[in-house]
Ligand binder design. Structure first.
Ligand code: BGC
Length: 786
């Protein structure tokens, strides 16, 4: 889309000039605003035309039965789907006798700007009605980072060259009609009229609607208040019904006169609180935000973001498009997690209903790494949410005949809702991913209270799972059989290398944690024998290896499978899972997304440099990247093994996943993991950052395309800036005690008064391996002059 002539490349904003209704659904996703609790898609103020109307409250979902042609033991019975809650962003506008609608009349000018520094979405539009009456419409929208229940809009209409009679209807609408979903099974099932009316209220400029969901039993409330400014002819009235609350403003404007409506919307929901309880909750949130006022909300938003950018900004010289994309990515990841507060972070954030609003391992392995070093409070909250779902995870393990906890592959409220075992619960690695996120957070922040209260229990219960899921063979070697790794084109296989290595770390981390917290361990019923068994299993973990080829196997036997017929696969047959039966994918060498290559990043110590290069070269020609989670990981490892040009191409693919709608599904919401992966590719890839325990290491390399790359990380109570230029890197301590780190294996100490400069390492350049035919990341981007 950004290559689309409507979009410009600018460092701090995403600007759309003109309006192209063909890409309206995509634009609604990229212009979505959220704070992790409330999410508003970038729908036009008038509500129509629209691609997909979307207003979301993190955690608000409806249940639906999961139908199976053949029943089976342990199949989840109920699915969960995010629902479109009460829409508070609508302003219908009547210009003389005609509805303002961009499909009719003439659009003289239209511009939308998402300002990444202020967190505001601006829109300006000049429209001439079919009858020839011209108006200018300006709106500014925010979803507040500082007041998590609040979203607000300033909406202005100006008469242009003749006087005009206007009616503005500012609404709260529940049960909006949704368009029918497309054919992609991954897109959300649109649930019809999911909200049952419970109470409605309108008085002066205030509105409130309260609804419940039929099956999930949640109570949802939205309230709005308005401040209206206009000429003397301006009148305001209000009314409400089951599914609509409306403030109607009428006015008669002379040319140049402006009608302004400031609207503040408060949301609240609960599974337990009473009707008066939830009603009072939104009224209170509304009262506070009205007290802050529009200008105050805008000011708070700016200062929240100033603080974020001071901690998280990534600067690069040499590629303006990627500069913009990385900031866009950081902004959306922040939006997804900032105020989620003990709720899940969905794969699409709150920008669309794709994947039914579910959360996956994406959170722990892609999103939380970025947030750990830039906004760690959000990580604590996300992990506390996981912890709060331990009950369901324990039940699931028991149902499966396993010990400890089996966290769900996909969920909203904690229980498994993947209806497909091979690419669902069988992806047991999610448990080790959660454990590793907790360990990373604790070691980066030193939050010992969290470790004792939350992390130890997560580690113990997941270690128990691994110990019961795997077994020692008669040589004592430990195997984890019948599981699915990150690559969903291999399923229920033995000894997936990524899973085994992550499980090994999980078992060791659990054993270490119980040693540090003996009282907590005792309370969880862990004795010395149990933790010794974890260490034994970890030490004996099998790592499948093909000695003839000298490469590690993604899972036992993988390299013996027939190679997929790539030459016979047409470009329009990707993604493969929509065009070929799974049984055939499963028995061939074809990789949906980085799997062994991911293991080389997350468990890098298990491989020497030579094997990293050989493994990378082996898996590249098999990897088709039918998942948006792949390019960023391939970028990191391509950089590590010295293919910087390829690493850059993968960075570009990850960074532009949504701005260029690379997978043709940005309409369903942005790809939060890939956006977070943009940071990963820059910081872990070109920055070469690795953190494990107390060790922090950088092996920086600058790709040819860039003249400079600078980023900041918050770790061990310090704030460090790393700036990489053509031949040297500078480490600057911005805050905290002296910090010892490794630069390309050399130990250095950085103090507040003396930045340390080092030369970039030299690395040998080998030809990069090829991808499957037609699946190479595109180089087109390089043609754009910087
Ligand atoms: C990927 C998974 C991912 C999910 C949600 C799938 O296509 O294969 O790894 O968790 O999408 O992003």
């Amino acid at each position: 889309m950004i290559t689309h002539s409507n979009y410009t490349v600018e460092p701090w904003v995403l600007r759309e000039c003109g309006i192209n209704l063909d890409i309206l659904p995509q634009s609604e996703s990229v212009f979505a605003l959220s704070n992790g609790h409330v999410g508003w898609r970038g729908n036009l103020d008038e509500g129509e035309p629209h691609g997909l109307p979307g207003s979301y409250l993190n955690g608000v979902h409806e249940l639906h039965p999961l139908p199976y042609a053949e029943a089976g033991y342990g199949y989840p019975e109920s699915g969960q789907t995010v629902i479109n809650v009460t829409n508070g962003k609508v302003f219908r506008l009547l210009v003389d006798d005609e509805p303002f609608d961009l499909r009719y009349g003439t659009v003289r000018e239209h511009e939308r700007v998402l300002d990444l520094k202020t967190g505001l979405l601006h829109r300006t539009c000049e429209w001439v009605s079919p009858a020839g009456c011209a108006v200018k419409v300006r709106s500014t929208r925010l979803v507040s980072f500082t007041q998590r229940a609040i979203a607000a809009v300033r909406y202005e209409v100006e008469a242009v060259d003749s006087d005009v009679r206007l009616v503005v209807q500012s609404e709260l609408i529940a049960n909006e009609q949704l368009p029918q979903g497309g054919g992609d099974p991954r897109a959300a099932v649109a649930l019809e009229s999911p909200l049952l009316a419970e109470e409605n209220f309108a008085s002066d400029a205030r509105l409130r609607l309260v609804h419940t969901t039929a099956r999930s039993g949640l109570r949802v409330a939205a309230a709005a208040d308005h401040a209206v400014t206009g000429p003397g002819s301006t009148r305001t009235g209000s009314e409400s019904g089951d599914d609509v609350g409306r403030v109607t403003v009428t006015s008669h404007l002379q040319p140049g006169e402006v009608l302004r409506v400031d609207k503040v919307v408060a949301y609240g929901w609960s599974s337990t609180r009473s009707l008066p309880g939830v009603r009072d909750q939104v009224d209170a949130a509304l009262a506070q935000a009205v007290g802050t006022g529009w200008t105050g909300l805008v000011r708070e938003q700016r200062s929240y973001l100033d603080d974020f950018w001071a901690r998280a900004d990534v600067e690069l010289d040499g590629d303006e498009e990627i500069q913009q994309a990385v900031r866009f990515a950081l902004f959306h990841v922040l939006q997804a997690g900032a105020r989620a507060e003990q709720r899940a972070i969905p794969a699409k954030g709150l920008t669309g209903s794709g994947y039914d609003g579910h959360s996956f391992w994406d959170t722990e392995m892609f999103v939380l790494p970025l947030l750990t070093y830039t906004a760690s409070d959000a990580v604590e909250e996300a992990l506390r949410w996981r912890h709060s779902t331990l009950g369901a995870a324990r039940d699931r393990a028991e149902q499966l005949g396993l010990k400890g906890a089996a966290f769900p592959w996909r969920t909203i409220e904690g229980s498994e809702c993947s209806a497909y075992w091979p690419a669902g619960t069988a992806a047991f690695h999610v448990n080790a991913d959660i454990a590793s996120a907790a360990v990373r957070y604790v070691s980066a922040t030193g939050n010992r209270r969290f470790e004792e209260d939350i992390a130890v229990e997560l580690l113990v219960e997941t270690a128990r799972l691994w110990r019961s899921l795997g077994h020692h063979d008669h040589h004592g070697v430990f195997h984890v059989d019948g599981v699915t790794g990150p690559d969903e084109y291999s399923a229920a296989m033995d000894d997936n290398m990524y899973t085994n290595l992550m499980a090994r770390a999980n078992l060791r981390d659990a054993a270490d944690a119980v040693e540090r917290h003996p009282r907590r361990a005792a309370a969880l019923g862990v004795d010395d024998e149990e933790s010794a068994a974890w260490r034994d299993a970890a030490d004996a973990m099998h790592m499948p290896y093909n000695s003839e080829l000298g490469v590690h196997e993604q899972h036992a036997g993988f390299t013996g499978h027939q190679v997929w017929d790539f030459a016979g696969t047409r470009p329009d047959q990707y993604p493969l899972m929509l065009h070929f039966p799974y049984f055939d994918l499963y028995r061939k060498q074809v990789v949906k997304q980085a799997d062994l290559v991911l293991a080389m990043y997350t468990c890098g110590d298990a491989f020497d440099a030579e094997h990293k290069a050989r493994n990378f070269a082996y898996y590249e020609p098999l990897t088709v990247r039918d998942s948006s989670l792949s390019a960023c990981v391939q970028s990191v490892m391509a950089a590590e093994v010295g293919h910087l040009r390829l690493a850059y191409d993968y960075l570009v693919e990850a960074a532009l996943m949504d701005l260029e709608d690379k997978e043709n599904n940005t309409r369903d919401g942005v790809h939060i993991a890939s956006l977070a992966g943009t940071w990963m590719a820059l910081v872990a890839g070109f920055g070469g950052m690795r953190h494990s325990g107390e060790r922090l290491e950088f092996t920086p390399k600058l790709p040819e395309r860039l003249r400079r790359l600078a980023f900041k990380v918050h770790i061990f109570g310090r704030r460090l800036r790393v700036e990489i230029k053509a031949t040297a890197v500078t480490y600057t301590l911005l805050e905290g005690e002296p910090l010892t780190l490794r630069h390309c294996g050399e130990e250095i100490t950085v103090t507040a008064d003396a930045p340390v400069e080092r030369k970039l390492p030299l690395w040998s350049v080998h030809p990069a391996p090829a991808q499957p035919p037609g699946r190479a990341p595109s180089h087109d981007h390089d043609q754009i002059p910087s």
